[in-house]
Ligand binder design. Structure first.
Ligand code: IYR
Length: 228
């Protein structure tokens, strides 16, 4: 390594047996994660979301520029505005107004086991919407000019850590990606160099909430990995 300022780094000195136990427990926790599309309007404490966003802020990222911004929304008026704008895009996507769908038949076929459509009531029902922005420029000082690197990769990992923290806290989530989503920049008052990436909907599942059976089909370890 070239000369650079540094501080010591260490992790708790646990046994390998304990490492296996912790990894298995974390795996078992995540084996129960599902995308939820039916939310209760019951509140979830703001601190839970604050901790989840802070966890996301520790994601590995390009040159430690931390190229993300999270607009955390609980205002009913803002949620309503986001729902209306998102549903307008989704009606075009699904061809709900009798026009040709923007999505291909192949894409609509792929979605059919999930049962999704242009109605997005959860955008108003759920207590929290976290709108995730990727900063194409800005650097660690957020000067709006400095080039950022591996932006999509960095923000994607941060979203994963946010989702994982919320799941561990017993909060249901949904990643929603209306397309195009430029309207989110205006509604959240974010600058032009930021690209909206997704809305993370967070809250408690509605009583009687279901998930599509299709969502239970997870590829096994030997299909998703090869060990060389
Ligand atoms: N944005 C649309 C469509 C959609 C696309 C994919 I790929 C999904 O996994 C789920 C939905 C919608 O939210 O309905």
């Amino acid at each position: 390594m070239k000369n650079h300022d540094s501080v010591p780094y260490c992790l708790p000195d646990i046994s390998d047996q304990e490492r296996i136990v912790r990894a298995r427990e974390y795996q078992e926790l995540h084996a129960k994660r599902r995308t939820c599309r039916y939310f209760s309007d019951e509140p979830v404490p703001r601190e839970v979301v604050e901790y989840a966003v802070q966890a996301a802020g520790n994601a590995p990222n390009g040159a430690n520029h931390q190229p993300w911004h999270f607009s955390v929304i609980s205002s009913p008026d803002k949620k309503k505005a986001i729902r209306e704008a998102a549903e307008a895009e989704e009606r075009e996507f699904y061809g709900a107004d009798g026009e040709n769908a923007r999505a291909s038949d192949q894409w609509l076929d792929a979605l059919s086991p999930l049962g999704t459509d242009e109605d997005k009531p959860f955008l108003e029902t759920a207590p929290w919407l976290i709108v995730v922005f990727a900063q194409r420029k800005g650097g660690i000082e957020e000067d709006g000019k400095t080039q950022n690197y591996y932006v999509n990769e960095s923000v994607g990992i941060a979203c994963g850590m946010l989702l994982s923290t919320l799941h561990a806290a017993g909060v249901a989530t949904l990643t929603h990606t209306p397309s195009p989503m430029g309207f989110l920049r205006d509604l959240c008052g974010r600058p032009a160099e930021e690209k909206p990436l997704m809305i993370i909907v967070a809250g408690k599942p509605a009583p009687g909430a279901t998930v599509p059976t299709h969502a239970l089909r997870k590829k096994p370890l030997d299909m998703i990995s090869s060990w060389l």
